[in-house]
Design a protein around this ligand. Structure first.
Ligand code: ADP
Ligand code: MG
Length: 319
């Protein structure tokens, strides 16, 4: 027999609904949350839809995990510490195997980041997951897109291009064996959160964004908001480890890293004076970082092995 709406909520979504600052979690018309007077509440929301953000038939554990990750990644990009989140879930039916796996994936990340689920909404319809996440950041300290300065160094965490390749494999555009395809899809969803590192670099970074739509697209947001340019070293981009095992052209690898998207890595700038502090934090938090460019007062310039590449150059466009 299928669960009623309220049985479903109680059974699968109340495992972690209390914590510091949560006066009242799941169960009443609203949750009640304390906000310290010296903090800003950082608010973000993202929706994940079947066949748009993940392939039909994807392991529900991965869907649950990533639905939260895409939100907490925005908190990281502001330098905000995860505080609490809500879940609006639309389901075609109350299938317990789906709900069980989905909630396990969701709470695995929630517990790792110590972010309680304080409420939500449950409805029937095509599968869609909307999460709103809330974070705290000291007033005046949030990492904005608008504060990059000429001379700053540009860094990225982790590696790029893996999730883009996973999508291309999913659509059958690239041929890899099934086990490699599974590895790529798993990794593209079980993304390592960067929140602790992001909070730690708040005193040293000038601007930050998380890479959701592709490095170039998201870098352009920093450049436009900060009214600056950037020299980007394409040959320095940290590529997904799997690239080495596959016979991919350099052009295609670069395309995945520059435009692939779904990386959810942190892209940030800092002054030269703070590079040492940041590299110490990278070591302390075990978060690999790579310097991939320098901010300038001019425009976006892509250098590949010292040669300028034009974004609309034909050889660059065909991939
Ligand atoms: P209301 O009708 O007053 O909006 P609901 O009956 O929809 O409240 O929900 C009852 C309680 O369950 C609320 O506290 C709500 O926040 C919570 N809730 C509903 N769906 C979810 C969910 N998917 N995850 C967590 N909490 C949920
Ligand atoms: Mg109500």
């Amino acid at each position: 027999m299928s669960l009623s709406e309220f049985e479903l909520i109680k059974k699968y979504f109340t495992a972690f609904d209390s914590g510091e600052g949560v006066f009242l979690g799941v169960g009443d018309d609203c949750a009640l949350i304390d906000i310290p007077s010296n903090k800003h509440l950082a608010i973000t929301t993202d929706t994940q839809i079947e066949n748009v953000h993940f392939f039909k038939g994807t392991d529900p554990y991965l869907i649950g995990y990533k639905s939260l990750l895409v939100n907490t990644s925005d908190l990281a990009a502001m330098g905000a510490k995860p505080y609490c989140f809500t879940l609006s879930l639309t389901l075609p039916s109350a299938q317990e195997d789906f709900l069980s796996m989905f909630s396990q994936g969701l709470f695995t990340l929630a517990k790792k980041l110590n972010i309680p689920l304080i409420g939500g909404n449950t409805t029937k319809g095509e599968l869609s997951i909307t999460i709103s996440a809330y974070g705290l950041v000291d007033k005046g300290k949030a990492l904005l897109r608008s504060m990059a300065k000429a001379g700053d160094s540009l860094y990225v965490t982790g590696t790029l291009g893996g999730p883009g390749l996973a999508v291309d494999c999913g659509y059958g555009k690239v041929n890899v064996d099934e086990s490699m395809k599974d590895t790529l899809i798993n990794k593209s969803m079980l993304i390592e959160p960067r929140n602790d590192f992001a909070c730690a670099i708040v005193p040293y970074a000038t601007s930050a964004i998380d890479i959701s739509d592709g490095l170039i697209g998201d870098l352009k947001h920093i450049l436009e908001h900060s009214k600056v340019g950037c020299t980007l070293y394409v040959d320095k981009l940290p590529k997904a480890l799997e690239f080495e095992q596959l016979n991919l052209s350099e052009d295609y690898q670069n395309k995945l890293c520059l435009y692939g998207g779904g990386d959810y890595e942190l892209l940030f700038t800092c002054s030269k004076d703070n590079e040492l502090s940041i590299s110490k934090l990278s070591y302390e938090y075990n978060v690999p970082i790579t310097k991939i460019g320098v901010i300038n007062n001019d425009s976006l310039i892509l250098l590949n092995h010292g040669r300028i590449i034009h974004l609309n150059e034909r050889s660059f466009e065909h991939f």
